[in-house]
Design a protein around this ligand. Structure first.
Ligand code: GLC
Ligand code: CA
Length: 570
């Protein structure tokens, strides 16, 4: 069965989720297309990742989450799988993946794969068969409705109706995301069985677990009734009728019993929209998954309703409140999955720090703020260099299908071309997908050819090689921070301890990590001015931070602009 994980023995800490073999992992997310190209075709690949394992080992991460590398026409860069048991040739051969798993294992790094089972590609054999022969069993592997008109008014996540007409027939198929990503019909037992077999097949290959894509969408409202329109297009966002719907637990419970439970693996689900009062079912002791990604604070800059690219003003105080409600909820039931970036989000420095995005103190402070929360930290490639968003000057420079859709919808909604471009630039998923800058050479050493997507800079100033030589760099800081959390003298408290909010000024996020033996106060000043925060009574000892230790006077800590400071209180 699972090859590389061994159960962590030893004293259990306290609190839900503590004592699992994966509790002390630091997970690094790789977007393969943009990480490292090994053969000059401009597209990152598996051998590229293998060639950079020394870099990842040096950084100190213990697990990699690899975004989909399965066979795919790449309409959504691999989130449209046409064969679950084969790899995309541009990414490599199965032997390359086995080599990556093996070589990573030698360095103590495990591999987590992406699992995309809400939908497949329209080029999957099942879908081809379903189209070719409506009488075949594969027709029921997908969601088809007969009729001349669209069955209802639901809007897909990437825009437009969820229904796409089948050419030559009065029939429509359903897609939550893009048109080339038809949803699988989870109501069909045989389909579910095929998926479970495939999941087990992968787990048997020695991977450590899965990040599970868009899984809260697998159950739909089977009445298919129209919803109240919520946008200029007259449609209603499909989440209202297809996300975390009643009955989804039966599918998720079965998935777990038939697959994950039979292996020693770790699972983290992309499960947007799970109400906090259902968290026990999702990540509790016997939950469907080990962890879930919660987007409540990641998405605080955009309207959650109809048109998600619409900007919302937000404050550090709101960010703080959202983080604490996430943390206190997750702690009640299990472990949080903490992140500030991923391949769908803008760069964290640009989003959370705005005009301070190039201020290295601020970038380090932000990194530490989420890193010492309770749970498993995820780092997205390039985050450890403080990469920033890339402003594109015309819609033709974008690859992300959702950005292109949002641009056109913004225009339809009455925005000027200039405003539409500005809005799309701020939230485009391409911000995080620009190729990784390895050095200051042409295309940052990412490729010998021409990169598939424009680079942030052609000869990058922000690059891994320069930062690795500089202990004061953001990379140097991440490396030290990882080592401090994993192996430092306070590791037990920082990984297995509890968390509680500490009240602080509006621009400061402060929390306390604790065990029965130890208490560590963590302060993060998001302001460009210094400030003072109250400390509890007792002896206060600064133990770690992003700059010279803060002053402590009359029971107060004096924080410099953008200071992060961990204080042990006795
Ligand atoms: C998830 C992925 C995203 C993808 C979508 C459809 O949200 O993170 O990149 O486009 O699912 O698979
Ligand atoms: Ca390549």
């Amino acid at each position: 069965m699972s090859g590389q994980n061994s159960k962590t023995e030893g004293a259990l800490g306290t609190g839900p989720g503590v004592g699992k073999w994966w509790e002390k992992e630091v997970i690094y997310q790789i977007y393969p297309k943009s990480f490292k190209d090994s053969n000059g075709d401009g597209i990152g690949d598996i051998r590229g990742i293998t060639g950079k394992l020394d870099y990842l080992e040096d950084l100190g991460v213990t697990m990699l989450w690899i975004c989909p590398v399965y066979r795919s026409p790449m309409d959504d860069n691999g989130y449209d799988v046409s064969d679950y048991r084969a790899l995309a040739p541009e990414f490599g051969e199965m032997e390359d993946l086995d080599e990556l798993i093996r070589e990573a294992g030698k360095r103590g790094i495990k591999i987590m794969m992406d699992l995309v089972i809400n939908h497949s590609s329209d080029e999957h054999e099942w879908f081809r068969q379903a189209l070719k022969d409506p009488g075949s069993k594969y027709h029921d592997y997908y969601i088809f409705r007969q009729g001349k008109d669209r069955p209802n008014n639901w809007r897909s996540i990437f825009g437009g109706s969820v229904w796409e007409k089948v050419p030559g027939r009065d029939e429509y198929y359903y897609h939550t995301f893009g048109k080339k990503q038809p949803d699988l019909n989870w109501e069909n037992r045989e389909l579910r069985r095929e998926l479970y077999d495939m999941v087990n097949w992968w787990l048997d290959r020695g991977i450590a677990g899965f990040r599970i894509d868009a899984i809260s969408f697998i159950k739909k409202d089977l009445t298919w009734a129209d919803r109240e329109p919520d946008g200029a297009d007259g449609l209603a966002k499909c989440t209202k009728a297809s996300r975390v719907m009643p009955g989804i637990g039966e599918f998720l419970g079965e998935l777990k019993r038939e697959t994950f439970d039979r292996h020693q693996c770790v699972t983290v689900a992309e499960a947007a929209g799970v109400p906090y009062d259902l968290m026990q079912d999702f990540i509790g002791d016997n939950g469907y998954f080990d962890m879930i990604f919660d987007f409540r604070y990641a998405d605080l800059d955009i309207a959650s309703g109809s048109e998600w690219f619409k900007r919302l003003p937000w404050t550090v105080k709101e960010l703080k409140e959202k983080i604490f409600s996430n943390q206190m909820t997750m702690q009640r039931y299990g472990m949080a999955a903490n992140f500030i970036e991923n391949h769908d989000q803008p760069r964290a420095a640009s989003k959370y720090l705005k005009e301070a995005q190039y201020n290295t103190d601020a970038v380090k402070m932000l990194g530490a703020m989420y890193f010492f929360l309770r749970g498993v930290p995820f780092i997205y490639q390039g985050q450890e260099l403080g990469m920033v968003d890339f402003e594109r000057s015309s819609i033709g420079e974008f690859n992300d299908l959702s950005s292109i859709d949002q641009y056109h919808r913004s225009l339809e909604g009455g925005l000027s071309e200039e405003d539409a471009l500005r809005i799309v630039n701020l939230r485009s998923r391409d911000n995080a997908r620009t190729p990784f800058p390895w050095n200051s050479g042409r295309y940052g050493g990412f490729t010998e050819g021409t990169p598939w997507l424009g680079m942030t800079e052609e000869y990058p100033k922000i690059n891994a090689e320069a930062q690795r030589k500089d202990a004061d760099s953001i990379y140097g800081f991440y490396k030290e921070m990882i080592a401090f959390r994993q192996n430092g003298p306070y590791s037990e408290t920082l990984t297995r301890g509890g968390i509680a909010p500490v009240s602080s000024g509006d621009d400061v996020i402060a929390y306390r990590r604790y065990t029965e033996e130890e208490e560590i106060y963590c302060f993060f000043n998001f302001a460009s001015e210094k400030c003072a925060e109250a400390l509890p009574p007792g002896e206060a000892l600064p133990i770690w931070g992003n700059m010279e230790a803060p002053g402590i006077q009359d029971g107060k800590i004096i924080l410099r602009p953008y200071q992060a400071a961990l204080i042990k209180v006795r």
